[in-house]
Design a binder for this molecule. Structure first.
Ligand code: IVH
Length: 700
């Protein structure tokens, strides 16, 4: 660590500030040591990494300012991990397991590159050229040392405090992710270093199992991985979804394998050790920047938890030239991603009522910058989640914002709870219409059962109706719809279509031009597709895809309105819950009346095909065409079949009477066969076109 040794410490005039500074320093030292212990020894971190980094940075700055001489003595800011736990035998590392310096932003990465160039005697003016770096993702797990002798795993150890680690051989030798035997080319002795971690999906699955068994859930994948390796029961480790990636090898064995880090990783892979497929050799600062940008863009889609990129001077001889400072090499840096977790305070808990009456609580937060944006609200999913978190107004919480995902509260720092914070009372009444709320059996969601009567549900329902993927009526935003509802001019979706220019002009911020545009948009929306229309109705659990499927299978709205759950459950992808929601929706007279009123306002939809009951010899049959036919194009054949009364669908379901398969028929044929739907060939099609209702299926 670089500390001011020039005597530029606080002067005598600053005695008071020094007293305060000393107090803060004492507190920071204890706090940093405590969090180090919680993170490394107990696998139970209390605060996000970024908060810890901030404490360390403050401690360093204070140490340098208040007690410059202290730099020579051990500081908790320089601690690498924590001493080994007495639960394990001690392993003394032949080469210390060091930490990495962090570069929190691009300028810090540029500083690192400059330091490397200067350390290697480069002027930075391009006379020697850019330094090659081996670039790797920074895995967020637990550092592990694996010692192989004659190609066999001899010992596994954690980092511990960097010089002395914990012997976890028993636990690691049963993990599928760690090879017990290496390829024949392995040097006689090889100490591999790498990271053991848990994927996001493995972590979610483990926590699901833990919750089911009534066991404690883990805070994050790192903590879960560390807890799973540092257990006293090898059975427990073996049952945990652990992964391992090697990122280095030390000692003579490593040197014998390669002269560069990038070659070393290839050599380790050749010996059968897993290494990151995202590793790359990049040239200079520009290459490092481009790599960082690429990995940062990928981060959201990776199942592996990573918190940055590591850049290592590629050539080992150059690494040696640069050497180490107390706790980290000069030849490597960790360029960290902006933190996705931060600490803030809960100012209040609000409850929103959704389109289907679901009550969704949200935390109102003291603004905090996290995941690249300022966050003031976080979802709490449902009331159970608040109970699970035991979240109270006034609490200090950890908020997470990863990529574009809605920010959420991950946990409460109970130790920082103000004494006056009371448990949150579950809502008993709808905040929008005061109707008592109910919870259906087996559901976690509280619901307002008032439906259309509830102003919040009415507004949400209208917003959904006009939305782009439903009726696509542009210009009707939340403010305008709210005014129209409040004025009483609009009560439901059908009223939108009877709006006049005068009605619209009476609303705030609506002028002639906007009124005309809104009326034009309404006029255009009168002609829609059946799929959009079904989607717009806002039936619970019926999203865009299900609406399209229903349109295809039923062809028009009436048969869907008449469908029983048993009909609906025949359709692939429609389960009993969705089927029940559909039937319930149309059982409500108000919902059927709305459809009639929409129709009366001129709303019409293209039927997908002639509905069953169409006239002709093939009436009541539903057929699907696939492949190509000598008898004509699919469009012509579709029209001919429809003219004979058949309904022509797009997707195969149990309701399909025949799949007619021409040349090069694809997956539909397999699906029909799986569902037991008879398949006709071109000869069968000819018979159908001649009015024969039951031609013999083609032999498979
Ligand atoms: S190299 C002397 N490479 O980060 C340098 N470390 O903050 C040794 N880590 O203790 C580390 N991914 O547990 C290196 N690709 C990677 C890494 C990596 C994750 C961890 C490792 C180390 C910590 C330092």
């Amino acid at each position: 660590m670089v500390a001011g040794g020039s005597g530029s410490g606080p002067g005598g005039a600053d005695a008071e500030a020094s007293a305060e500074g000393l107090e803060r320093l004492t507190w920071l030292r204890a706090e940093v040591a405590r969090h180090n212990r919680l993170y490394h020894a107990e696998d139970a971190p209390e605060i996000p990494d970024a908060e810890f980094d901030a404490l360390v940075a403050e401690l360093r700055a204070l140490e340098a300012a208040v007690q410059p001489n202290l730099a020579s003595t051990a500081s908790p800011a320089d601690a690498v991990g924590a001493p080994p736990s007495s639960r394990f035998a001690v392993v003394v590392h032949a080469a210390p397991m060091l930490s990495l310096d962090n570069a929190m932003d691009d300028a810090a990465l540029a500083d690192f590159d400059r330091r490397v160039q200067a350390g290697l005697g480069h002027t930075g003016l391009g006379d020697i050229g850019a330094v090659d770096y081996c670039a790797e993702p920074k895995l967020d797990g637990l550092a592990l040392s694996l010692l192989y002798r004659d190609g066999r795993l001899l010992r596994a150890a954690t980092r511990g405090d960097g010089s002395r680690g914990e012997d976890v051989t028993l636990n690691c030798s049963r993990l599928a992710c760690i090879p017990r035997v290496l390829g024949a080319a392995a040097p006689r002795e090889l100490e591999v270093r790498g990271e053991v971690f848990m994927t996001w999906s493995g972590f979610a699955e483990l926590n699901r199992r833990q919750a089911e068994a009534g066991e404690k859930c883990f805070v994050n994948p790192r903590n879960a991985a560390a807890g799973s390796v540092r257990t006293l029961d090898p059975e427990v480790s073996a049952g945990r979804p652990l992964e391992f990636l090697a990122y280095g090898a030390v000692g003579a064995g490593g040197a014998a394998l390669a002269g560069r880090q990038s070659e070393l990783l290839d050599a380790l892979a050749a010996l059968g050790l897993p290494v990151s497929p995202l590793r790359a050799c990049v040239s200079g600062l520009a290459g490092a920047r481009a790599y960082f940008a690429r990995i940062e863009a990928l981060r959201g889609s990776l199942d592996i938890p990573i918190d940055g990129c590591v850049f290592k001077v590629d050539h080992f001889d150059l690494q040696q030239e640069l050497g180490f400072v107390s706790r980290a090499p000069r030849w490597a840096v960790a360029r960290k991603f902006p933190p996705e977790e931060a600490i803030t305070r809960v100012l209040g808990i609000t409850v929103n009522v959704g389109r289907t009456g679901a009550l969704t609580p949200a935390a109102r937060l003291e603004p905090v910058f996290v995941g690249g944006a300022t966050v003031t609200n976080a979802t709490l999913h449902n009331a159970d989640e608040i109970m699970r978190l035991d979240l109270r107004v006034g609490d200090t919480v950890v908020v997470r914002r990863a990529g574009d995902v809605i920010p959420e509260v991950v946990r409460v720092l109970v130790e920082r709870r103000p004494p006056e914070a009371l448990p949150w009372p579950l809502p008993t009444h709808c905040p929008a219409c005061d109707t008592p709320v109910a919870r259906a059996a087996g559901e976690v969601v509280l619901r307002c059962p008032a439906g259309f009567v509830c102003p919040a549900q009415r507004l949400e329902g209208l917003l959904h109706f006009v939305s782009r993927r439903a009726m696509d009526i542009d210009g009707f935003g939340e403010k305008l719809l709210q005014q129209l509802l409040q004025s009483g001019r609009v009560q439901d979706a059908a009223d939108l279509f009877s709006l006049t220019s005068a009605d619209l002009l009476a609303m705030d911020r609506v002028g002639e031009r906007l009124a005309r545009r809104l009326l034009d948009n309404l006029a255009a929306a009168r002609h829609t597709t059946l799929a959009r229309f079904i989607h717009a109705l806002g039936i619970r659990e019926v999203g865009e895809a299900t609406a399209a499927l229903l349109a295809e299978v039923f062809g028009d709205i009436e048969p869907l309105m008449r469908a029983e759950t048993s009909d609906l459950e025949q359709i692939p992808d429609i389960g009993p819950i969705v089927a029940a929601h559909i039937v319930e929706h149309f059982r409500l007279p108000a919902h059927c009346a709305l459809i009639e009123r929409l129709r009366a306002q001129g709303v019409q939809w293209e039927t997908v095909a002639t509905a069953p009951g169409g006239e002709g010899p093939l009436a009541g049959l539903t057929v699907v065409l696939t492949g190509t036919f000598a008898l004509g194009s699919r469009e012509t054949l579709r029209a001919r079949l429809q003219s004979l009364g058949a309904r022509v669908g797009e997707g195969v379901s149990r309701q399909t009477s025949y799949l007619i398969a021409g040349e090069a028929a694809g997956s539909k044929r397999a699906k029909a066969e799986a569902l037991g739907v008879p398949v006709l060939d071109e000869a069968g099609l000819e018979l159908l076109l001649a009015g024969e209702r039951s031609p013999a299926p083609a032999s498979a």
